[in-house]
Design a protein around this ligand. Structure first.
Ligand SMILES: C[S@@+](CC[C@H](N)C(=O)[O-])C[C@H]1O[C@@H](n2cnc3c(N)ncnc32)[C@H](O)[C@@H]1O
Length: 417
């Protein structure tokens, strides 16, 4: 059979989509499994699978409108149709190319059905949407928790590529870089650029900056400058460790995942910043001393990162959110025991679920009367502090500037003895 141009990328995209939706992998992990693919094909496959994940509910509705019997969710025919339609609406792929690359993926299977559904939908025309629906369960959860506006903003955000945020060790260097590269600084040490390839940006090897969403830079901004000895618990791959080290703190960075700590080590080497690294489970680790300040950036569902990782919306099932919350409740209590009297504990999660944010901190304060909230004042302009004193970043905030990842951050202070 003659080879079809672009087929390897589509085959890889099919494997990726299947690995994410049926096996619960992240898109990065799924992409890591497609070895031997040319870099261009790899990039195209990730773009196609990512586009399908950004628009899945809409794609499924269109597919269902053109079939008499509903195709099973994880059937190959549905997966192939999702990928083909995602290319049409998200990537502008010409129709002949998407049909020619879809049909060989179902060779020996429902080729006629896929051909028929594609033909019907392409003839009818697909509505162009710049605000695709999120999965029903997520929309329901977020509408209840955060309201209609946040859901509408999240729909708009999932359709667009977020800007690229850089954190700089040196604030003057950030300002100079912003001037030189048409960037915008929304906070000290920060530059926002229209998206581009990270390794091609000037200064990457020199290590003056690292990629970090502006929202993700907020927790380390809340560590008091005068805190000397700072523990970064759950530290890898180290965006916040680098901020803390650049701010002049003596940093101990702990993480339980060796492979992620290796990335933290590489990041420190590249940026020339210093931290003591500890590979340990925070729940079993016994520190030799107490700390002036602790940053606990806890493992979570990561639903706040849906703009770059749309698959989180499918991976974060309620049972996973509950499991995360149980771990977070243990971690915050454990961290509190490592703090000096008068010390500061910053708790954060890149999650849009209040079970992992507000509820964790409220329950902790309820049974730790020796701790209180210290409202965050050092925030980038336009980010509000909640009446409780914590920071809840929602879709829609700083929209005019390009938005932010969803985050929750609270600063707690241990009452001095
Ligand atoms: C949200 S990520 C941290 C991101 C990091 N703070 C940064 O800014 O780059 C959560 C981290 O917690 C680590 N982790 C999960 N459970 C842990 C535990 N019991 N003890 C220590 N680290 C843990 C994971 O390996 C993961 O690297």
């Amino acid at each position: 059979m003659p080879s079809v141009e672009g087929l390897p990328a589509r085959r890889a995209a099919l494997q990726m989509l299947d690995a994410v939706l049926r096996r619960g992998l992240t898109l990065d992990a799924a992409a890591g499994q497609s070895r031997g693919l040319a870099p261009n094909d790899q990039g195209l496959a990730i773009a196609i699978a990512g586009e399908a994940l950004r628009r899945l509910p809409d794609l499924d509705d269109w597919i269902d409108s053109a079939t008499r019997n509903r195709l099973p969710d994880d059937s190959k025919a549905r997966m192939v149709l999702r990928l083909a339609l995602a290319q049409k609406v998200g990537l502008g792929t010409p129709e002949h190319a998407l049909v020619a690359t879809a049909l060989p993926l179902v060779d020996g299977g429902p080729r006629r059905l896929v051909h028929g559904v594609l033909g019907t939908l392409l003839r009818k025309g697909l509505p162009q949407s710049d605000a695709p629906r999120l999965p029903d369960a997520v929309e329901l959860r977020w509408r209840t928790a955060w309201g209609d506006e946040a859901v509408e903003a999240a729909r708009r955000q999932i359709a667009t590529r977020p800007a690229l945020d850089l954190s700089f060790a040196d604030d003057a260097a950030a300002k100079a870089f912003a001037d030189e590269h048409d960037g915008k600084s929304l906070a000290p040490h920060h530059v926002r650029l229209a998206s581009s390839s990270v390794t091609e940006l000037p200064g990457f090897e020199g290590g003056g900056w690292w990629v970090q969403d502006l929202a993700a830079s907020i927790p380390a901004r809340l560590i008091p400058p005068e805190a000397r000895d700072v523990l970064d618990l759950c530290a890898a791959p180290g965006g916040k460790t680098m901020q803390l080290a650049a701010a002049g703190h003596t940093v101990t960075a702990l993480d339980s995942a060796q492979s992620r700590l290796a990335r933290l080590r590489e990041n420190l080497d590249r940026t020339g910043l210093q931290a003591e690294l500890v590979a340990a489970d925070a729940l079993g680790w016994k520190p030799k001393r107490h700390y002036d300040a602790i940053l606990l950036d806890a493992p979570c569902s990561a639903t706040g990162t849906f703009r770059r990782h749309p698959e989180v919306l499918y991976r974060a099932r309620p049972s996973i959110i509950r499991e995360n919350a149980a771990l977070q409740a243990k971690l915050i209590r454990r961290a509190a025991g490592f703090l000096k009297p008068g010390g500061t504990l910053v708790y954060s999660v890149c999650s849009l679920e209040h079970e992992e944010g507000e509820e964790i901190v409220a329950a902790f304060l309820n049974d730790h009367p020796g701790f209180s909230i210290e409202p965050a004042m050092e925030l980038p302009a336009g980010i509000p502090v909640s009446p409780e004193g914590w920071v809840r970043i929602l879709p829609g905030m700083l929209d005019a500037e390009g938005g932010l990842d969803g985050f929750f951050v609270a600063r707690l202070v241990r009452v001095p003895d």
